[in-house]
Design a protein around this ligand. Structure first.
Ligand code: ADP
Ligand code: MG
Length: 227
């Protein structure tokens, strides 16, 4: 699946990532404090940022210079941080934006409405009027309509009410069970490690720790992050 090796990247002359390697895995968690470079790493994974050094591999193939839309066509999907949607469009219209032009567009939308009952309930509501958690579900649903094999999630539970956090966590576990690969940035370390096969801790753009996921890794990671 996705593998990043020895990545250097940043914005203009500011280098943010320093020799970052992320192993392949079913669910891979990227952990780290604010400003560590997690979002930059995900933008790089989907192709919005190009590395100045290092390689991005997908299915063993070098995709370092492949454009984001080509990466999506190959089976990658990206859900950016911050529950983004088109606020003036309804829930359904947000989904149609991605589904239109796809052969089985309606079935793809229906599958996501079945997965997320709240979206079905508020299908005709403007996305801007949904709760943060519902908007996050909408963003995930939109990504899933592209039928990815790898879902890249940037802090999917950030700033969301606890009841919906649990739902979103369940969705991620369910997707993993269905065979989806996930690259997950998450502040809830307990959940991230529970879901993850492998994890990477970033600090100031350096990998400070990496290992096999599972609840047992929680104390090691907390100690490494000094929390
Ligand atoms: N568009 C940008 N231009 C310049 N610097 C940026 C930009 N986005 C992020 N940064 C800087 O890159 C570093 C890592 O940010 P980011 O990847 O967003 O970290 P995280 O997601 O871990 O909080 C921070 O120092 C941040 O200020
Ligand atoms: Mg971030």
């Amino acid at each position: 699946m996705l593998e990043l090796t020895d990545i250097e990247a940043g914005y203009g002359r500011t280098r943010v990532l320093h020799g970052v390697t992320v192993p392949a895995g079913k669910v891979v968690a990227v952990l780290g404090h604010n400003g560590a470079g997690k979002t930059t790493l995900l933008r790089l994974a989907i192709g919005l940022i190009k590395p100045t050094k290092g390689r991005v591999l997908f299915d063993g193939e070098d995709i370092t210079s492949l454009a984001p839309n080509r990466r999506v066509a190959r089976g990658m999907a990206y859900v950016p941080q911050g529950q983004q949607s088109f606020g003036q469009l309804t829930t359904l219209e947000n989904l149609q934006l991605v589904a239109d032009g796809r052969r089985n567009g309606k079935a793809l939308i229906d599958a996501q409405l079945a997965r997320f009952p709240a979206l079905e309930q508020f299908a005709t509501r403007k996305a801007g009027l949904l709760s943060g958690g519902q908007r996050q579900q909408l963003a995930i649903a939109r990504a899933l309509i592209t039928q990815p094999r790898l879902l890249i999630l940037d802090e999917p539970t950030e700033g969301i009410q606890p009841t919906i956090v649990a739902e979103i966590e369940q969705t991620i576990m369910q997707l993993a069970e269905e065979g989806m690969h996930v690259l997950l940035v998450e502040q809830h370390i307990g959940f991230a490690l529970q879901a993850a096969e492998r994890y990477v801790v970033l600090a100031s753009g350096f990998v400070t720790q990496t290992g096999v996921g599972g609840m047992a890794a929680t104390s090691t990671v907390r100690a490494a992050m000094a929390i």
